[in-house]
Design a protein around this ligand. Structure first.
Ligand code: NA7
Length: 536
């Protein structure tokens, strides 16, 4: 049955994380009556939920923040180059208090359904407790990585120990001291957990399906002098994030890889490596994304670095990625991760050699036998880009279900709107850089600004409804596919392509034309009075 109209607002936002808070602040400024609906009991989104040991941003704190308030920039002091989860969460709590955002947020509220009502041109929402709300505009601020992926391991429910997904870590923590712990997954999350808990547990078994590249994080506690220097650079930083390929604050190496002689290529890679950041990935040689020969050479450089840190050459061979190029999947930063495998209390199970057959009451059975465990940690990632949206029963024009449509064909216009779903704005949805291939805060703030401008424009011009035309959407997808098709990223199995989930449509989630090109495309729509969009 379709959802009935309820309490009436101008706009509803789902999610009180990075995007939702800024969207609330922005729409309030337009004078709109807005509410945010949030499942958690607090703000912070990703930084509320992911409270597993070692959770930390891989983007430096100076570019993992809001730019909308100079006062906020002046008063907030980052403690570290890479903020830990607690610090990031504290930042969002501060922002919520500082701008009195909480009064317009309903916590502990999960949205079950959102239906477009053609007669009133409004979205009607129903929450899990049966409350109904309605609004002219619906903005989803769910984050690209909010729906945890729990793979369907056989015998899952028979395990008698503790089973936990990293993104649903209990707030009170888990006492891992002296326990036999298994971690499944060696992505950015798995790496952080593994390096954080190895010394504490009695035995750690890591179940690895795909070996990952990772770059040593050079974290640093900031002194007052560091902070002053960082603040002095804010104007340049703010400019740089909009003009660099993935919204970081440093431009890429200004040379084509093979234009440099081998010794200089090597020296440049060493310099990038020594920065202890993601620079070697996102601000290094762009050829890693599309040129196989360059990718192979750069990947071998990183493999050497990994091999040098592992004592046992057999273990090293398992940990060194062979089947994909450096940077074609998300590159994690790490702190002593590879040395963990030199410890006596750590073993690595290569799931290609010994696949998991099932979970048992006592642990996990692989084809090589049963491993007894007290705790199993699933660092198995997310249903990225789409999972947050398809968890909600969203129905557009003529009652068409997004969940149903997206089973076979995921379509959006610039990741911002979807044909057939008027007045729905989808931050972090597929086919914008924000879905994956971008410093999230940069791209998400840009999307919030675009949405806010769009809603302001409608108000100014006496319009109430906006929706991209079918042709505009097809043109954007064709453009996206053309760019994606030229990259190695699209040819590599990962959550970037939906490849982490069986049966998920295979298409690069993230727009890969770069932040400047994406912004230009969005600006053009605005400048041309939303050409290609239908306004009513
Ligand atoms: P990721 O990057 O998707 O990593 C998930 C890991 O879990 C990865 O190693 C997967 O192996 C592994 N996995 C997933 N399903 C299975 C099954 N069924 N069996 C064995 N192993 C499995 O998620 P993260 O949480 O680490 O990171 C997500 C993003 O958060 C990250 O990119 C940052 O942006 C922050 P696979 O590689 O698929 O073979």
């Amino acid at each position: 049955a379709s959802v009935q109209a309820g309490e009436t607002l101008d706009a509803l936002i789902i999610g009180a994380g990075f995007t939702g808070l800024y969207q609330l602040w922005s729409l309030r400024k337009l004078g709109l009556k807005v509410q945010v609906l949030e499942t958690a009991p607090d703000v912070g989104g990703t930084w509320y939920w992911n409270c597993y040991p070692g959770a930390r941003t891989d983007s430096p704190s100076n570019i993992y923040q809001y730019w909308f308030s100079d006062d906020l920039l002046d008063e907030w002091n980052w403690n570290e180059r890479y903020a830990g989860r607690a610090e990031s969460h504290a930042y969002f709590r501060h922002v919520a208090d500082r701008f009195e955002l909480r009064k317009d947020i309903r916590f502990n509220t999960r949205v079950d359904a959102a239906h477009w009502d053609e007669a009133t041109s409004r979205w009607n929402l129903r929450t899990q407790d049966g409350t109904t709300l309605s609004a002219r505009f619906l903005i989803t601020a769910l984050g690209p990585l909010s729906a945890p992926l729990v793979p369907p391991f056989k015998g899952h429910e028979t395990f008698k120990g503790q089973l936990v997904h990293t993104a649903r870590w209990p707030r009170e923590g888990i006492d891992l001291k002296g326990k036999r712990v298994g971690v499944i997954g060696t992505g950015a999350t798995g790496i952080q957990v593994i390096q954080s808990i190895a010394a504490e547990v009695s035995h750690l078994t890591v179940f690895q399906r795909t070996a990952n590249y990772a770059v040593p994080m050079h974290n640093k506690r900031y002194t007052d002098a560091d902070r002053a220097a960082i603040r002095a650079r804010y104007p340049e930083t703010r400019e740089a994030i909009w003009t660099t390929f993935v919204g970081f604050d440093e431009p890429s190496v200004p040379h084509a890889y093979f234009d440099l002689p081998p010794a200089e290529r090597r020296a440049t890679l060493e310099k990038l490596w020594a920065d202890g950041s993601l620079k070697i990935w996102v601000a290094g040689f762009m050829e890693i994304f599309f040129d196989l020969a360059a990718s192979q050479e750069i990947s071998e450089f990183v493999r050497e670095k990994i091999r040098a840190r592992i004592h046992d050459s057999k273990v090293a061979a398992k940990l060194v990625p062979q089947d994909h190029g450096f940077g074609t999947r998300r590159v994690p930063l790490e702190n002593g991760y590879f040395e963990i495998y030199n410890r006596d209390n750590v073993s690595l199970v290569d799931l290609h050699e010994a696949p998991i057959e099932c979970f048992t009451p006592k642990g996990i059975r692989t084809s090589a036998g049963e491993i007894e465990l007290d705790v199993i940690i699933l660092a198995t990632g997310f249903d990225a880009g789409t999972g947050g949206l398809t968890a909600i029963d969203i129905r557009g024009r003529d009652g068409v279900s997004l969940r149903q449509q997206w089973k076979s064909d995921v379509r959006t216009t610039m990741g911002l709107q979807i044909h057939g779903y008027p007045n729905l704005f989808t931050t972090s949805a597929p086919y914008a850089p924000a879905a994956a291939f971008c410093n999230a805060p940069t791209c998400l703030q840009h999307q919030v600004q675009w949405i806010t401008d769009c809603i302001a424009y409608l108000g100014k011009h006496g319009r109430t409804v906006i929706e991209p035309s079918a042709d505009t959407e097809s043109a954007w997808l064709a453009h996206h596919d053309e760019l994606a098709g030229a990259t190695l990223v699209a040819k590599t199995r990962s959550w970037y392509t939906g490849g982490n989930i069986e049966g998920k449509p295979n298409r690069l989630l993230s727009y890969i034309g770069g932040v400047p090109a994406y912004r230009e495309a969005c600006e053009k729509v605005k400048e041309k009075d939303y050409e290609g969009f239908e306004l009513a």
